[in-house]
Design a protein around this ligand. Sequence first.
Ligand SMILES: *Cc1c(COP(=O)(O)O)cnc(C)c1O
Length: 564
Amino acid sequence: MLDEFLHGPRIAYFSMEIALRSDIRTYSGGLGILAGDTLRSAADLEIPLVAVTLVSREGYFRQEIDARGRQVEHPDSWQPQEWATSLGAKVAVTIEGRTVWIGCWLYVLKGHMNGRQPILLLDTDLDENDPGDRQITHHLYGGDDAYRLKQEIVLGIGGIRILQALGFEIREYHMNEGHSALLALELLRRYAYTEEDIRPGESLYDIPRVRDLCVFTTHTPVEAGHDKFGYDLVQRILGDFVDLTTLKRLAGEAQLNMTRLALNLSEYVNGVAKRHAEISRQMFPGYRVHAVTNGVHPYTWTAKSFVTLYNRHLPGWCHEPELLVRAECCIADAAIWEAHEQAKAALIETVRTRCGIELKGDLPILGFARRMTAYKRPDLLFSDLVRLKAIARQWPLQIVLAGKAHPRDVAGKQLIERLHKHVQELSAAILIAYVPNYDMDVALQMVSGVDVWVNTPLRPQEASGTSGMKAAFNGVPSLSVLDGWWIEGCIEGITGWAIGDKAEAANGGDAQALYDKLEQVVLPLYHQSRSGWIAVMKGAISKNASFFNSHRMMRRYAAEAYIR
Ligand SMILES: *Cc1c(COP(=O)(O)O)cnc(C)c1O
């Protein structure tokens, strides 16, 4: 069953979450979507990867919003046997002194040509394990630090062992975020010097050899986004896995910092946008941090009506999205508008059935959907309701919102409640819908069905952001704070619009800047000039979708990170 994947060397791609498809609940948000798009592009381009992740049977959670605007979290399990094949192989790791067995499932991801990529889903829910250990791979981002560390042991150390047990030949190990950095410790052990090779005062391990095998992508400048574990906990759970002095030198003296560990043991390190690479260099001085700006998978994030349009006018765009540069001249305005109206009608229908709100097809819709957390400032658009109402009186608008807050992000959940209060206060003036349970399906409908995609992060905390790139594939321009990818993607009035300027000092003035831009530029253009508006839609497609796609991103990883 695995034979077709064992012929030549592969890149092992490790990620705590991977969005394989909407109904496989192994993802929570941006990181998982990016991992999924990476693999989808690798499949299309036939770049040989093998992905390693946890099976996450219980998923992340299904979100319900109650009448008071509070997030209610429901289990969101999936059945691996419906989608994947159980492989016989088992490997063991030691956790808290116990042997924990790890089995694995094979999911085969198919590209749109002939490409196929193997995804290994690690699973500790085996009869031979203690009841507690059987749950290690159940909950994505669930539990406490100890639970997380156990998951990271299974992912990193267990993942390397499974690859070896199955007979994969691996040329590089790519850590998508620091969660999998313990894999480098397993490699240190593999390349430990033998007694007679060790020279006094020198390393016990062949560190250069391990570094040469590892690639690390860091994904967030938010400090809390970097996993850190106290050495007491590490000792209790992982034991003396590698020499403690060496570990502290590589991962931090005070705490085991997974990002530091990955940085120290990877030859190639990158951030996910140019600005993010700059910020990462400031956070971690002394490391060479490259920039490979994220992208999204063309076919996955293009609504049916635009797929049909591009197939007709720009055949081959799915394999070479660079062809979309031609959209500007080769597709008629009316055809773009018609494809957009179809996508908008589909969103309006979803909002009607899921929220009981009847949006109007001839009024603009602003869309905002992402993880609900403080730095993304989902309430910025609502910071002055009087002003917003005045704008809407002059230039009618509608709003569609969505997003989950992490179950332990109290501030994020309060933001959802606050948004619901605003929605009620504005109900007589502006139609606003909050679509519950943001997932890949809701995301595609929103990024294609709205007229403007809004993003308001606090600089410089949005490492990249990818939903605005998805919008571009559907001719939806962004109105966004200049942070992450938008610093590279924004050409004012051509691909969309900026809120404020690039400087961090602009954060405080963003609400004002957002209202001004809406009132003076964006909404008047929508209401007064159809052809002017379509020109911006075409600008988003031809200048941004042609570049901010995961095919370009994967070709760069292949050429620069995997082949060095
Ligand atoms: C694309 C996507 C994200 C990430 O969007 P950002 O713009 O990076 O915040 C999160 N969740 C879902 C379901 C997505 O489709």
